[in-house]
Design a protein around this ligand. Structure first.
Ligand SMILES: Cc1ncc(COP(=O)(O)O)c(C=O)c1O
Length: 434
């Protein structure tokens, strides 16, 4: 190469995938890995029902499913989704207000890259990596965050949010993830209304990532952004990766609320659409499938059964871990993740777990000999000693040490066994050098 061509990155990495490299290395040494790291139900053995496959086979017979679609997406599907929003009654949109992307990951990248570099979006901490990485990449400056408080069930610190919005004039928008990844927290209607009010008072717009909005359990109730937004400009992000579940379809969309209410917001949305135009369109086939699957007589029951299963696993995890000393454990009430926090000062750089295989032991010791976060050290030892693969909480851009795991195992008994092992090993690890 004539000169160094790679663009400098932000130095931040997507740890959910990164840990896979380490786990794969351990499989070479014979470790049987239990994947609790990535939110892919298919990967964890979810069986797609026959009726859903039949719907897709039928669409495949239609040649149109092989073609490009309009830039913003298939018209009939956007009309169908707009109608769902309008039925909620608080805000009215039409199909022009819906824009499809190649997965929400793509929508997230577009949403932040279309914002002026000096304008910032404040986001929860910890936060789902894709949002934070995209926001930091667009601004080349550290993020603005509001705390999700593990000592208060992971609820957001609204006072901190308001105070930061007031004092940082660069903040133009607020991100809410509801239900939340990585915490499994479900926002109450009351809190969400307060956030809408902050946006109204300071002339901000809202981004609500509602990927998991229909996956709520343990009797919790929440509302959609479309139920409470009133006349504040906002975007709801939704997709089918988790709900159908069909993450490989790479299909998600933005619902734009109150496009006409603010000229500056309008320019911003137009910038997103113009960017999208240069890419022609997003995946056609999954868009064609959306109304057919959501309207299918089996759909709601299928989704409800899955939700009941996540609820069961959320309670198994909570009951297995809640009495473990050194841990702060909150029950997840939505999505399919749970984040557990280590008590302050319970971790250090001397703790270990016994690993029998000398090659694996050497590998883990090498990984942990570098200066790494204490929770990452725990995660590597846990992986080497038990094969259980979780994600360090600090990789969700928080200084709070902990780990995130998924609630996706199909076998509840196996999951209970994994949770018991996790509980035992946590204590053993911490007490190895306390
Ligand atoms: C909160 C949240 N938003 C967005 C995404 C991205 O989903 P996709 O790109 O598969 O649509 C995920 C995936 O885990 C997520 O958890």
């Amino acid at each position: 190469m004539r000169f160094d061509i790679a663009k400098g990155g932000s130095g931040l990495t997507y740890e959910i995938r990164q840990i896979v490299n380490v786990a794969n290395k351990l499989t070479e040494y014979g470790v049987e890995v239990t994947w609790e790291n990535i939110g892919d139900p298919i990967h964890k053995g979810e069986k797609i029902p026959d009726w859903m496959k039949e719907v897709l086979i039928e669409i495949l017979r239609d040649d149109l499913s092989y073609g490009y679609s309009p830039t913003k997406g298939v018209d009939e599907t956007r009309e169908f989704l707009a109608e769902l929003v309008n039925k909620r009654g608080n805000v009215q949109i039409n199909h022009h207000d819906i824009i499809f992307f190649n997965g929400l990951g793509d929508a997230i990248a577009r949403a932040y890259s279309s914002i002026r570099v000096d304008a910032r979006i404040i986001m929860p901490e910890p936060t789902y990596s894709t949002h934070l990485l995209a926001e930091v990449l667009h601004a080349s400056f550290p993020p603005n965050t509001y705390r999700m408080n593990p000592y208060r069930d992971w609820s957001p610190d609204i006072r901190e949010l308001e105070q930061k919005v007031r004092s940082h004039k660069a903040i133009v928008g607020i991100l809410v993830i509801n239900p939340d990844n990585p915490t499994g927290f479900v926002h109450s209607a009351e809190t969400l209304k307060q956030i809408v009010e902050i946006a109204r008072e300071y002339n901000l717009f809202l981004i609500f990532d509602e990927t998991y909005i229909n996956i709520v359990y343990n009797g919790k109730k929440t509302v959609h952004l479309a139920d409470i937004i009133g006349d504040v400009p906002g975007i709801s992000m939704k997709g089918i990766s988790k709900e159908f579940p069909w993450p490989g379809s790479r299909c998600g969309w933005m619902e734009v609320y109150n496009y006409h209410k603010d000229e500056k917001f309008q320019n911003y949305i137009d910038t997103i659409v113009n960017q999208k135009m240069s890419e022609v369109c997003s995946t056609t086939l999954p868009q064609m499938a959306i109304p057919k699957i959501m309207n299918h007589p089996e759909y709601q029951k299928y989704l409800n059964d899955r939700i009941r299963h996540y609820e069961r696993l959320s309670n198994i995890a909570y009951n297995s871990l809640r009495d473990v000393p050194y841990l702060i454990v909150n029950r997840s009430n939505g999505a399919f993740y749970m984040s557990v926090v280590f008590n302050e000062a319970s971790l250090n750089d001397r703790q270990t777990l016994p690993i029998e295989n000398p090659e694996i032991k050497r590998y883990v010791e090498k990984l942990t000999s570098e200066r790494i976060e204490f929770d990452k050290r725990f995660v590597y030892y846990l992986l080497g000693a038990t094969g259980i693969c979780v994600v360090p909480l600090t990789s969700f851009f928080t200084s709070i040490p902990g780990f995130r795991m998924t609630l996706l195992d199909r076998d509840a008994d196996k999951f209970e066994y994994i949770m018991k092992t996790l509980a035992e090993k946590t204590v053993e690890y911490i007490e190895s050098a306390h």
